[in-house]
Structures are given as structure tokens and as C-alpha cells.
Design a binder for this molecule. Structure first.
Ligand code: ATP
Ligand code: MG
Length: 251
């Protein structure tokens, strides 16, 4: 589904991605761990093509096509969707209008009706993200993804800043998106592929992750089973991931 080969990217005269190699197979859910500032969000933005960094070397292959230099809208049309860590405010564009524009014609009303289950009905007439709280932004991003129904889902810290009661709402919605159990679907259920950034691992209670990568200073340092890696990081921090010691690697 996705293959990243030796990806290098520069921002503000600094090399942020320093030769990233990573792959996500069809139907696979991969997790990306790594300390603050290690380049995780930069990597997701580079894959989406919504990037403040400039790719200087390497390739991003999606569904067999080299998308390294494709514009963001083309990537979205190919089936890539992303929940950003800090999405921009979009003044003058209502959330409901964006959903009506993004969703398939016969799907829009169903997605809009899902807004109430997702405690978002009062937000459809508001400018996207303007004045939204941190948790409301997360729910809004997920509702937008429900309209887009991507084949490859990237989530940047979906549970971060979400209150304990709303974690269930977010977790179950992510699960529905991954298994494509959204109310509006054509062609039957399918298992969407995903790359999910998390620090706490809370989202793993809702999704069956197959594989985890640990990023450190712009490179993939380690690969392993998500729970093994999370337990190691919790116990010993990220230092051990540099050499993959004591971690059951699966590749
Ligand atoms: N335009 C820029 N100029 C200089 N440094 C930048 C620029 N853009 C990003 N960076 C730096 O790149 C590094 C990686 O940022 P990124 O947002 O990818 O980290 P992250 O792994 O997602 O961290 P976090 O877990 O805190 O979200 C950071 O140190 C950040 O300050
Ligand atoms: Mg980040």
C-alpha cells in the first residue's frame, strides 16, 4: 500500500527526515512512536503532500505509484487521508459545507447525520476549527475523514488532549474508519490501512495494530510488535530503541 524509501526532508535549513524507510501493507495498521521532535508529524505531512518541509531525496510509493512530488489533492483523490496534529483554522469555510463537498453525492447527508452521534451537529455551521477546543478539533477531523473515506488513514496523535469520557467516542470512530463501518459505504466493508502516531498508546485499545516503528532523530530506529515496543518505552524510555535490544522484532 505504502512504501517509503530513504526519505530525506529539510525545513528551515535543518534536515528533519534523515533517510526514512517504512512500509505499510494493504490492510495493515502500523503505529509510529518516537520522542517529541523526532520527525513523526513531518513524515506524515510529507506523505500527505501537506508539507512545511522540502523533500530532498528518496521516494514515497503509494499503490505502486511514485507520489513523492504529487500535489496534496491528487494524493487525497488516490485515497490518502490524514488527521493532523494541529490542523489550520479555515475562516470562511463551514464544516458542514466541507463535508458536503468531500463526500460522495449520495453519502453527504448520511455523514452529516452522523455528526450528532459524534456530538458535532452544533459545529456544522461554524468555520472549520475556528474557536474549536482541542478535543472538538479531533472530533471534527474524524468527521471529515468519515466523509472522505480514505483507503489509507494517517492519524497524528488522535487521543491527545481528549477527555477520558470522549476517548471512547474517538477510539470507536477510528475503529469504524479502519474497518470501514461508516454508515455510508459502497462495495461492502474493507480493512483500511493505517499509520497512527501515539505517545500514550491509548488508541491501541480500540484498534488491532500489526506493527510499530520507532522514530529517532529523523530515522526509523526500530520495528517491533506494538505492545512490546510500548512496554519497553514505558519501562526504559527510547534509548533502548536505538539498538532494538530486548525487543522482539518481526522483520
Ligand atoms: N520550519 C522549520 N524550521 C526549523 N525546524 C523545524 C521546522 N519545521 C519543523 N522543525 C523541527 O523539526 C522537528 C520535528 O518536528 P515534528 O513536528 O515532525 O516532530 P514530532 O516527532 O511530530 O514531535 P511531537 O511528538 O512533539 O509531535 C522539530 O524539532 C521541529 O522543531
Ligand atoms: Mg508531532
Amino acid at each position: 500500500m505504502l512504501e517509503i524509501k530513504n526519505l530525506h526532508a529539510v525545513a528551515g535549513n535543518r534536515e528533519i527526515l534523515r533517510g526514512v524507510d517504512l512500509s505499510v501493507k494493504e490492510g495493515e495498521t502500523c503505529v509510529l512512536f518516537g520522542p517529541n521532535g523526532s520527525g513523526k508529524s513531518t513524515l506524515l505531512s510529507a506523505i500527505m503532500g501537506y508539507s512545511t518541509s522540502t523533500i530532498t531525496e528518496g521516494q514515497i510509493i503509494f499503490k505502486g505509484v511514485d507520489i513523492t512530488h504529487l500535489p496534496v489533492d491528487e494524493r487525497a483523490k488516490m485515497g490518502i487521508g490524514m488527521m493532523m496534529q494541529r490542523p489550520p483554522n479555515v475562516t470562511g469555510v463551514k464544516l458542514g459545507d466541507l463535508i458536503r463537498t468531500t463526500a460522495d453525492e449520495d453519502c453527504a447527508e448520511e455523514v452529516l447525520s452522523e455528526a450528532s452521534d459524534f456530538r458535532m451537529s452544533g459545529f456544522l455551521d461554524r468555520d472549520i476549527n475556528v474557536g474549536f477546543s482541542g478535543g472538538e478539533i479531533k472530533r471534527s477531523e474524524l468527521l471529515q475523514l468519515t466523509a472522505q473515506r480514505p483507503d489509507f488513514l494517517m492519524l497524528d496523535e488522535p487521543e491527545s488532549g481528549v477527555d477520558l469520557q470522549s476517548i471512547d467516542l474517538i477510539g470507536n470512530k477510528v475503529h469504524d474508519l479502519l474497518y470501514d463501518q461508516t454508515k455510508c459505504r459502497s462495495g461492502g466493508p474493507k480493512h483500511v490501512s493505517a499509520l497512527v502516531i501515539t505517545h500514550t498508546g491509548q488508541i491501541l485499545d480500540y484498534i488491532g495494530a500489526d506493527k510499530a516503528y520507532v522514530m529517532g532523530e529523523g530515522q526509523i530506529r526500530c520495528t517491533g510488535r506494538p505492545t512490546d515496543l510500548l512496554n519497553t518505552i514505558r519501562k526504559n524510555g527510547y534509548g533502548e530503541c536505538d539498538s532494538c535490544q530486548h525487543i522482539v522484532t518481526i522483520e
